[in-house]
Design a protein around this ligand. Structure first.
Ligand SMILES: [Zn+2]
Length: 195
């Protein structure tokens, strides 16, 4: 995971706010977890209609909790040829702010393998966080900041019922950051062992 470079002056305040907003309120009850279990079993049984239905349920429940308009949702069999140019790093899904539509594809672009449940759910949470950036936080753009990735991770771990990991970042060129996976994974293990 690599963050976007900070934008020029005009948008910098929003970018910094996104970067510093490191967490997200979460529903108190396990309603999302119940829905994600249905998504997982629909995927395991290869029932694309059920995958679509349960994902839509997930997004409706999450939108209701965050008090944002419901977003549209499509599951595609494979990655479309044309994806939003702005986010060329999106490997498994995309979000269009103008239409509030999330699209996720079931097969990877290169090897045409079926996306795993973990990747699928993480993509769903990632794209929904783009929706939140516009509709809840009111950002003019939805940058991939450290805060963005952390909010998406908080939502993902909540929805999957797994303990949240603290993410460690390393600066790279151009004001961008990447995740230090060895350190992040080490600390995740310590955390899991200590609770
Ligand atoms: Zn994204």
């Amino acid at each position: 995971m690599l963050t976007d470079a900070p934008p020029r002056k005009a948008n910098r305040a929003g970018f910094l706010e996104s970067d510093q907003t490191r967490t997200l309120d979460l529903p108190q009850y396990g309603s999302l977890l119940t829905i994600t279990k249905s998504i997982e079993s629909a995927m395991r049984r290869g029932r694309s209609k059920d995958v679509r239905r349960t994902c839509a349920e997930f997004l409706d429940a999450a939108s209701e909790f965050y008090k944002v308009p419901a977003c549209g949702f499509r599951v595609l069999a494979a990655r479309p040829l044309r994806v939003r140019e702005r986010w060329t790093t999106e490997l498994f899904g995309d979000y269009t702010p103008e239409t509030m539509l999330i699209r996720i594809w079931m097969r990877t672009a290169v090897r045409k393998e079926v996306t795993s449940f973990g990747t699928f759910l993480s993509t769903l949470c990632h794209e929904f966080c783009h929706h939140l950036d516009y509709q809840k936080f009111g950002f003019h753009d939805s940058w991939h900041t450290r805060g963005f990735y952390e909010r998406a991770a908080v939502l993902y771990h909540h929805a999957r019922g797994t303990p949240p990991k603290k993410l460690f970042w390393v600066p790279t060129v151009g004001g961008r950051w990447r995740i230090d996976w060895p350190r992040t994974n080490r600390s995740g293990k310590t955390h899991a062992a200590s609770v």
